[in-house]
Design a protein. Structure first.
Length: 94
């Protein structure tokens, strides 16, 4: 939850530095917020998972908890699985 809140606050413009985001003030580039607009915190989502048997569903249920900054592409997310409460990284999420 704390990492998600920090990501949102770092991507929102503030009046003090001339209506720039903290990330923009730091790097000089406007941050891409598209990953934050896809889902809300703790939203139930389905993520792809490898299965051993064709009869098994290729999707599992979990909860969206944020953006995976240092893993995968720009739209890779942190997901908490419902069955084992593990944090995983997944890009194909719906």
């Amino acid at each position: 939850c704390l990492l998600y809140c920090c990501a949102v606050l770092n991507s929102v413009a503030h009046e003090k530095p001339h209506w720039h985001t903290p990330l923009e003030a730091l790097t000089g580039h406007t941050p891409d917020i598209s990953a934050l607009l896809q889902f809300s915190f703790w939203q139930p989502v389905y993520f792809a998972q490898d299965t051993k048997f064709p009869s098994d569903s290729p999707e599992r249920l979990g909860h969206w908890v944020g953006i995976a900054d240092n893993v995968g592409d720009a739209l890779t997310y942190n997901i908490i699985t419902d069955d084992k409460d593990h944090l995983i990284y997944s890009s194909p999420v719906r």
